[in-house]
Design a protein around this ligand. Sequence first.
Ligand code: NDP
Length: 396
Amino acid sequence: MRQRLAILGSTGSIGVNTLEVAALHPDSIEVYALTAARNVDLMLSQCVRFSPRIAVMADPDSALKLKRRCAEAGLKIDVEAGADAITALARHPEVDTVMAAIVGAAGLEPCMAAARSAKKLLLANKEALVVGGPLFMDAVHKGGATLLPIDSEHSAIFQSLPPDPSQWSKLVDKLILTASGGPFRTRDPATLAEVTPEMACAHPNWVMGRKISVDSASMMNKALEVIEAHFLFGMPPERIEAIIHPQSVIHSMVQFVDNSVVAQLGTPDMRGPIAYGLSWPGRITSGATAINFSTIAALTFEPADRPDHRLRYPGLGLAWRALREMPGSTAVLNAANEVAVDAFLQGQIRFDRIYQVNLQTMDQMRFAAPQSVAELIDLDQQSRAMARDFVRSLAH
Ligand code: NDP
C-alpha cells in the first residue's frame, strides 16, 4: 500500500527535498497534501507536478490566489486557508505520514496534532520539539505516534543506536553531535558585529532556509539540537556533547559504555535523512551522491568550547542552561532566538546581539511551569514580547 504523505512546509528547503525523494518512489509514496505560508508560485508548480488532493496556505490571501490559479490551470485540488487547516491536515484520517518542515514554533500545533493522531511523524521542525518538550513527547507516547528525526544529526544518532529504546540509557555513554561551525568558524570573533545576513546565510556545506542558516552561523542551531537530542533520546544533558567537525561528513556519533563509537557518515544532503525517515525501518534510494573516500583529505575535529569558539559561539552553552532550568525555559530560549534572528535578518540588530537578546530574555523572563499546550503558547508569546523589547533597545 502507498504511504500517503502530507508535507507541512513543502515550499521550504526540507519540503522541496522531501518532494525530490517522493518523486523517486511514486509506487510507494503518494503526495497527499502540501502546505506553505505565502509562496503561491512554488506551491502552484508543486501542485501541477504532484497533484496533491489538498493544498493549504497559512496566509488567507495567498490561499485565494492559489485557488484561482489552480482553477485556471484546471487542477482539481481542495485549497484551504489558515493555521487551523494545517493542524487539521496533520490529523487527517487519510494521511499516514506527516513531514513536519515548517520553520519555528508555528509548527508546534500541527506537530502535536500529528503526535496525538498516531501518525508517522517525520520531525525536521526542531523548534516544535524544543518548545513542546515533555508535553510533546507525552503526546507522542500517549497518541501512539512514530516519531522519526529528520535533522541529519539526530537521524545519524538514531541510525547508530540499538533498535530497542529501553536499552539506550544502559548502553550509551554519550551522544556526540557534530557541528560544521558555519561560515564564521575561522573569523576573528571581535569582527562578528560587522557580518551581514547574506554572509551569515552562506553556509559552507549545507543549503538551507535563512533562519536555520543564521542559527548555524551562531551555533544556536546546535544549541537547539542539544535540546532536541535530550527530548528525543531521553539522554541527560551532561551526556550530550557537541564537537566541531568542519567537513560535515560524520553526521553525529554515539559513544557506548565500552568507549566504542558508532558514527553515521554521508554527503551533506538532506535527502539522505529524509529518505531514511520515509522508508524506516527499511531503506530506499535518496538521490544523494555517495561519499568518495578517496577525495576526502582529512576528517578534523575542534572542541566547541575552545576559548576562541566560546567567544564566537556564546549561545551554545544556553542549551545546557535551558535544560537545567526546565520546564518552560527551552520555550523561552526558542522564542527569544526566533525574534532575534528575524530582527537580524531584517537589518534591525547586529549579529552579535542575537546572543544578548537570548541571554537577557532567559535572565529576566519569570514564569510558572507550563502544564498544557495553551500555557506553552502563552509562554512563547510572552517571551517574544520581552525579546522584542530587548531588540528595540539594541536596534541600531
Ligand atoms: P524554510 O524557511 O526553507 O521553509 C519553511 C517552510 O515553512 C516554507 O514552506 C514556509 O512557507 C513554511 N512556513 C513558514 N512560516 C510558516 C507559518 N507561520 N505557518 C505555516 N507555514 C510556514 O525552512 P527549512 O526548510 O530550512 O527548515 C524547516 C525546518 O526544518 C526548520 O525547523 C529547520 O530548523 C529544520 N531543518 C532544516 C534543515 C535544512 O537543511 N534546511 C536541516 C535540518 C532541520 P513559505 O515558503 O510560503 O514561506
